[in-house]
Design a protein around this ligand. Sequence first.
Ligand SMILES: Cc1cc2nc3c(=O)[nH]c(=O)nc-3n(C[C@H](O)[C@H](O)[C@H](O)COP(=O)(O)OP(=O)(O)OC[C@H]3O[C@@H](n4cnc5c(N)ncnc54)[C@H](O)[C@@H]3O)c2cc1C
Length: 511
Amino acid sequence: MATMVANKQAPAAAKGPGAMTGARYIESLRDGREVWIDGERVADVTTHPAFKDMINALAGVYDLQVNKYRDEMTFVDPESGVRTSLSWMLPLNVEDLRKKRRNSELWSEMTWGQLGRSPDILAPYIISALHLKDQFSAIKHPRCDFGENLENYYKHCMRNDLFLTHALGDPQVDRSEQTQNEQRPVPEDEMIALHVVEETQDGVIVTGGKQLSTAAPHSNECYVALSATFAHRNDPRCVIAFSIPTGTPGLKVLAREPVSRWVGSWGHPLQMWDEQDAMLFFDHVLVPWDRVFMLYDPSPMIKMLGAAGGSVNFNFLGWANLCRAYFRMRLMTCVATMVAEAIGVVQFREVAAKLGEMVTYCEVWRHAMEGVEHQSGPAPSGQWTLGPGRGLHIWFAQTSSRMTELLREICGSGIIMQPSERDLANPQVRKYLDRYMRGKGVDVEYKSRLFRLAHDLAASSFGMRQDIYEYWHGGDPNRNRINLMKSYDQSAMRRQIEDLISRPLAHGELR
Ligand SMILES: Cc1cc2nc3c(=O)[nH]c(=O)nc-3n(C[C@H](O)[C@H](O)[C@H](O)COP(=O)(O)OP(=O)(O)OC[C@H]3O[C@@H](n4cnc5c(N)ncnc54)[C@H](O)[C@@H]3O)c2cc1C
């Protein structure tokens, strides 16, 4: 049995530069990272056409967080005196929760609710894990204290305002042959899942793949752990959680094809928010001991993810994402309303009812968020934590697709049939566009740009990627439904039903 010897313990995190700025963010990505796209290695993600728009747009948000929104998006870490992003603040009371909500609202407003993996959404993965610091520490290893590692890592990220990506799942090779099912030990040359190859003096050597990791090409750090599906594994070699810089030697990042590319400045109004999705390939990557958070025993992660059933009300994970979802729902509803007005269909009963359905989803979401906030309270870790909200994430997976469908239905063919910027600039076709492609009380340019926004939300390759993202990003919704069902307390209702069916009916008798 391993005993805890903290001889390799990382020094406590030093002071950092604090809240990220645009220039620092761009510079931080020039670290020799190995990013591949379309068969070529990317020399510099900050200048490559597939990534630069997104990186520059994010840099703009970082600049605003230290200038215009300094008071709403940053706080001073009491221990170090460093002013840094509110995304990294540990909430200790309701007021902190409200500040964090406002920070995420600003991230959503500035990124149009399109970034499922914005920095404020990823920071809570570390904050949530920190809730269970003692349980991570309880797994003993002679090289380090995993809970201490987590805390030091949190401070490092917080004081440098780092942008994390995360990767939880195994590659989609053969789901019937996964290490959680395997009874026989899989030989090293057949292993696909990320796993420990060996332990060395300096750290753990890992090899294997991860599918997938949104934002990896433009993140500072890759947080690697297990999802609720993969946390239950027979092979302890695959049980590991850690975080390393994205530019770590041996880590290869394969980006997918960019979405919604079109010449002209308004062809795809949301295109700059194409957060890249990537496969991660680890080829004998050294993870230093101070960056390992869990090894061989998944119990803290299973608890954190609620993957063993039981209620999870300490989980801060999804809050920023709930804020983003709320923004996205209101955006889709408003675009649908403006489209309906622009083509004179808003007064039709069927269209108005569809808009009403969209508004209903927005309102239910708002009520639910307030409920989750209302049930917040102190956790044993000292953090202020939200009430249970797992049903919300599952519900959003299904509601998001329905909203996309409704927006498409309200738009009719206009969602794909709009003139381009250059069509409008050509006097030979413009007179036809002015006559045949204008809307009700709106000119052709307004209508085209509005419909193109609808197109990017619900029909373009960007919109389709977002729709797929919303369905899958919280993990398989069916798995989540099953886990929620297992933890759902039906005992009182069950007793009442058993009582009813176990005795003769006596009409009029109330119990
Ligand atoms: C756009 C996008 C962005 C993402 N970003 C991230 C990210 O940043 N980080 C991250 O870690 N993950 C990310 N994911 C991954 C996401 O968590 C997974 O897509 C999700 O967990 C489903 O896993 P899978 O894609 O491997 O599908 P699979 O698990 O391979 O599922 C394929 C099909 O098989 C079914 N199936 C699979 N296993 C079983 C089973 N045992 N029993 C019954 N049916 C089964 C599924 O229901 C589904 O219909 C992202 C996904 C998408 C689409």
